[in-house]
Design a protein around this ligand. Structure first.
Ligand code: GLN
Ligand code: ZN
Length: 753
C-alpha cells in the first residue's frame, strides 16, 4: 500500500505567490524575481510532501494563474488576438488570464468559469478554426526536471484531453471531434517527452467524466484515449477523476489500457458500489481517494479503514490518496495560533491530511494502533454548540413562510410608482475599491491601534465620498460601498452566532486571489443588526435610493466550511432566518431596495442533472424565498449571482422570486441573453455590461454596444445597467473611469430610444 495526493495548494502558506504576482503586475519586480518565488514555493511543497512520508508526489500542479490555461498553452491553444499583441511569453499568458490594455493593444481576457462544483475558477480554452494544436510549451517538463534536480521523483499532472475539450469554447466552425487527431498527437508527444525525462507516471485529470455522460461523450473519450494509450511506451498513465463517480463510464474505463485509475470515494456516491459490483482489474493500480480533499475536518479513521479493507484489490495495487486536489483547502492548522485547541483538534487542512494518509496506511498495514485510538476518542466526544430555539424555529416553518405576496408582476408595478426610475436604471453590485487605506484602517482597528469610533469615522468618510461620486456621475440606485467588510461571507459570519474564524486559512478562488471561508460551528442565529448602521448612514446622505446589501443564505453556506452532522438544508434554513431578520430590520429603518447576494448559488449545483432538484434546488430556492417573503410590496428585492453557467437553471432562478437580479455574465460573452429571451425570464435583470475581473476600462462606445446587444434580446422595461460584479478588487482610477463610461453610455442609449 502506498500514499499520494491528487495535487497540493500552490499559493504559498502565506499567499507568497499572490503578493509576488501582484508586484509583477505593478512592475515592481521582473519575471526573473517572480520565477524565484515560484521555484521556492514548489521546492517547499515537494519537500513538505516528501517529509510527510508520501510515496508519490505530484508536479505540474503549480500555476501562475490556472492549470487549465497552462495545459492549453502547453499545446499551443492560444487565441490569435493574444498572439497579435507580440508580448513576452509570460505577458501573453497573463493577457489571456486578465486581458491586456497598453501600448501593444487592447483585448479582453478569456472567459472564466467555476471549476465543476468548487469556488475555484478556470480559464475557458478557446479553440479557433486556425488553432494549430501541438506540443510547444515546456512548463510541465521544466517542473519535472526542477524537482528531479532537487532529488524528487514526481508524477507530472495535467488536464486530460477529454476534459480540455469538454471545457473549451469553439469559436469557429469546427467542433470538438475535429480536434481529436491533433490532440492525440500532442498528448502522445507529452507522454513521450516525460518518458524520456525519466518520469514513471503521468496523471491526466479527467473530472469531466463525473458529469452525466452521453453515448457521444463516451465515444469522444474513446476516440482520444484508445490511440493515445496504444502509443504510450514506458510511462504509466494515471486517469485521475474527482468530484463524483463514474457510473456511466466505469466499465469502459477499466477496460482501457490505463495503468492506474483515480477514483473519488468521498463525493462519488456510487464509487464504492461500482468497484465492488464490477470489480477492479488486477493489472491496474487503484488510486483510492479516501481522504476528503474539500472539507477541513479530521477523517474518521474507523470509517476510512473499513472502506480501505473492503476494497477488492491487493495491497500492492492500492495507493491511498485524496478525493481531489488539496487546492481546495487551506495549508495548515499550524498557522492558526489564535484558534483554541478545542477546535483545532477536529481540523485537518492540507498538511494534516497528509498525516491522515500516512496514519491510515500505518494502521492498515501495521499493528501500531495508538493513532487509531486517539482518533476514536475524538469522534466519541460531542463537538458543537447547540441552540434549541433555532432548531425549533426551523422545524416550525410552514409553506406560507416561503411565499411573498402579491405576485412579482403586481409588485413590480407598485415599485415602478414608488421609485419612478428612468428606463435602463443604473446601479452597481455593492462594493467599491478596497484600497490600501481601507484595509489599513481595518488592520489598525483589529490590532487595537485605533478606537471603534475612529474606525467607523474613516468608513463613514469613504461612504460619503462614494455617495457623492455616484450622485455626481448620475447613477440611479446607489450603494454604500461595503468598506466595513473584509469579505462578503466572513463579515456576516462574524456578526452571527455559530461561526468560528481562522487567521490564515486561505483558499484559492481565481488567479491568485483567495478567500478565507469561516467555519460553521454550531447552530446559526442573529443576535444583533449586521448592516443597518452603514446602510442608514448612506441613505441619510442622498435622496436617491441606497440599496441595502446582504449576503444570501445559500452563498453563506457554500462559502463556509460546513458541519458534517447537519444537513445543508437545515444549516441553510437557520442562516435564512437570520438574514430574514436583517432584511426586516433594514426595511424598518427606511431602506427600500435590498440586494441579497447569492453569488455562489450555481456553485454547489450537483454535477449530475438528476441530482439538481432533489439534492439541492429543492431547498436552496426555498431558502432564498424565506429570506424575503415577509417584506412590503413596495420594497424591492434584488439579488446578484456570480458568473458561471446559468443557462440551464434559469427557471430555478426565476423561482427565487426576486424583483431584480444582476448577473455576472459579461465575461461569458452574454450568451446567457439568448436563454433569458427563450425562457421568458420574468425577473428584471442587469446582465452586466463590463467585466470587473480585469483592470481594463471599457469605453463608452463599447458599453453602448453591449447595451444594444442586451436590448436586442430583452424587453426594455426589464433591463438594468450595471458592472458584472462588485468593484472591491479594482483600483479607484479604473473604477471611476469605467462607471463614468457606463452612465454616459446609458444616457446615450436612452437618448436614442
Ligand atoms: N455585493 C458584493 C460586492 O459587490 C457581491 C460580490 C460577489 O458577487 N462576489 O462585492
Ligand atoms: Zn459577483
Amino acid at each position: 500500500m502506498k500514499t499520494t495526493v491528487v495535487g497540493y495548494p500552490r499559493i504559498g502558506a502565506h499567499r507568497e505567490l499572490k503578493f509576488a504576482v501582484q508586484k509583477y503586475f505593478k512592475h515592481e519586480i521582473d519575471a526573473t524575481t517572480l520565477d524565484e518565488t515560484a521555484r521556492e514555493l514548489r521546492r517547499v511543497n515537494w519537500q513538505s510532501l516528501t517529509e510527510a512520508g508520501l510515496d508519490q508526489i505530484p508536479s505540474g500542479d503549480f500555476s501562475y494563474f490556472d492549470t487549465t490555461l497552462d495545459t492549453a498553452n502547453l499545446l499551443n491553444i492560444v487565441p490569435q488576438r493574444y498572439r497579435d499583441l507580440n508580448l513576452a511569453p509570460l505577458d501573453e499568458y497573463f493577457a489571456q488570464a486578465r486581458g491586456y490594455q497598453g501600448p501593444k493593444g487592447d483585448v479582453t481576457a478569456l472567459s472564466m468559469k467555476k471549476w465543476f462544483n468548487t469556488n475555484y475558477h478556470y480559464l475557458v480554452p478557446e479553440f479557433e478554426d486556425t488553432t494549430d494544436i501541438k506540443l510547444v510549451g515546456t512548463k510541465l517538463f521544466d517542473e519535472f526536471k526542477e524537482a528531479k534536480a532537487q532529488g524528487y521523483q514526481t508524477r507530472p499532472t495535467i488536464v486530460g484531453p477529454y476534459t480540455l475539450l469538454k471545457l473549451a469554447a469553439f469559436n469557429g466552425t469546427k467542433t470538438a471531434a475535429d480536434y481529436v487527431p491533433e490532440l492525440v498527437t500532442a498528448y502522445t508527444d507529452v507522454l513521450s517527452q516525460l518518458a524520456e525525462l525519466g518520469a514513471d507516471w503521468v496523471q491526466l485529470d479527467e473530472p469531466a467524466l463525473v458529469k452525466d455522460q452521453s453515448v457521444a461523450d463516451l465515444a469522444l473519450f474513446q476516440a482520444l484515449y484508445t490511440p493515445l494509450l496504444a502509443a504510450k511506451k514506458l510511462l504509466k498513465v494515471l486517469l485521475q477523476t474527482y468530484f463524483g463517480d463514474l457510473r456511466d463510464s466505469y466499465e469502459a474505463i477499466v477496460n482501457q489500457a490505463f495503468d492506474g485509475i483515480g477514483l473519488d470515494f468521498v463525493e462519488g456516491a456510487q464509487t464504492d458500489k461500482l468497484v465492488k459490483t464490477n470489480g477492479f482489474p488486477a493489472d491496474k493500480v487503484l488510486f483510492a481517494g479516501v481522504i476528503n480533499g474539500k472539507n477541513i475536518w479530521r477523517a474518521n479513521y474507523d470509517e476510512k479503514l473499513a472502506l480501505i479493507k473492503s476494497l477488492p484489490v491487493k495491497d500492492d495495487q492500492l495507493i491511498l490518496t485524496t478525493s481531489c486536489s488539496l487546492l481546495h483547502v487551506p495549508y495548515t492548522v499550524a498557522n492558526e495560533p489564535k484558534l483554541a485547541q478545542h477546535y483545532k483538534r477536529y481540523l485537518a487542512f492540507a498538511a494534516e491530511k497528509l498525516t491522515e494518509l500516512t496514519d491510515l496506511k500505518a494502521i492498515a498495514t501495521a499493528t501500531n494502533q495508538a493513532e487509531l485510538q486517539a482518533n476514536q476518542q475524538l469522534f466519541a466526544t460531542p463537538r458543537y454548540q447547540e441552540n434549541e430555539a433555532i432548531t425549533k424555529q426551523v422545524a416550525a416553518l410552514k409553506p406560507s413562510d416561503f411565499n411573498r405576496e402579491p405576485d412579482r408582476a403586481t409588485r413590480l408595478k407598485i415599485q415602478a410608482d414608488e421609485f419612478n426610475l428612468p428606463v435602463l436604471p443604473t446601479t452597481t453590485i455593492g462594493s467599491f475599491p478596497q484600497t490600501r487605506e481601507v484595509r489599513q484602517n481595518r488592520a489598525k482597528f483589529k490590532r487595537g491601534e485605533i478606537t471603534r469610533e475612529q474606525y467607523d469615522a474613516f468608513n463613514k468618510h469613504e461612504i460619503k465620498q462614494w455617495i457623492e461620486f455616484q450622485e455626481k456621475i448620475g447613477l440611479d440606485v446607489l450603494v454604500h460601498g461595503e468598506f466595513e467588510r473584509n469579505d462578503m461571507v466572513e463579515y456576516f459570519g462574524e456578526k452571527l452566532d455559530g461561526f468560528i474564524f481562522t487567521q490564515n486559512a486561505w483558499v484559492q478562488s481565481y488567479g491568485t486571489r483567495c478567500v478565507k471561508p469561516p467555519i460553521i460551528w454550531g447552530d446559526v442565529a442573529r443576535t444583533q443588526p449586521i448592516t443597518v448602521a452603514e446602510s442608514v448612514y448612506a441613505q441619510s446622505l442622498t435622496d436617491k435610493p441606497v440599496k441595502g446589501m446582504l449576503t444570501g443564505p445559500v452563498t453563506i453556506l457554500n462559502w463556509s466550511f460546513t458541519r458534517e452532522d447537519l444537513s445543508p438544508q437545515e444549516s441553510t434554513y437557520q442562516i435564512a432566518l437570520a438574514i430574514q431578520a436583517e432584511v426586516l430590520d433594514l426595511e424598518r429603518h427606511g431602506i427600500k431596495i435590498i440586494q441579497i447576494d447569492e453569488a455562489a448559488l450555481r456553485e454547489n449545483l450537483p454535477l449530475r442533472k438528476t441530482d439538481w432538484y432533489p439534492r439541492y434546488l429543492d431547498w436552496a430556492i426555498p431558502a432564498f424565498r424565506l429570506v424575503h417573503s415577509k417584506v412590503q410590496p413596495t420594497t424591492q428585492i434584488h439579488t446578484h449571482m456570480c458568473y458561471s453557467e446559468f443557462g440551464d437553471i434559469i427557471e430555478a432562478i426565476d423561482a427565487m422570486d426576486a424583483d431584480v437580479i444582476s448577473f455576472e455574465a459579461s465575461r461569458a460573452d452574454l450568451t446567457l441573453l439568448d436563454t433569458l429571451q427563450e425562457d421568458h425570464f420574468q425577473t428584471h435583470v442587469g446582465p452586466g455590461v463590463y467585466d470587473i475581473h480585469s483592470p481594463r476600462v471599457p469605453s463608452e462606445e463599447e458599453v453602448a454596444t453591449t447595451i444594444h446587444k442586451i436590448l436586442a434580446k430583452l424587453p426594455l422595461d426589464n433591463v438594468w445597467i450595471n458592472p458584472d460584479c462588485g468593484l472591491k478588487t479594482r483600483g479607484t482610477t479604473e473604477t471611476v473611469a469605467s462607471l463614468e463610461n457606463v452612465v454616459a453610455a446609458t444616457k446615450q442609449v436612452r437618448g436614442e430610444l
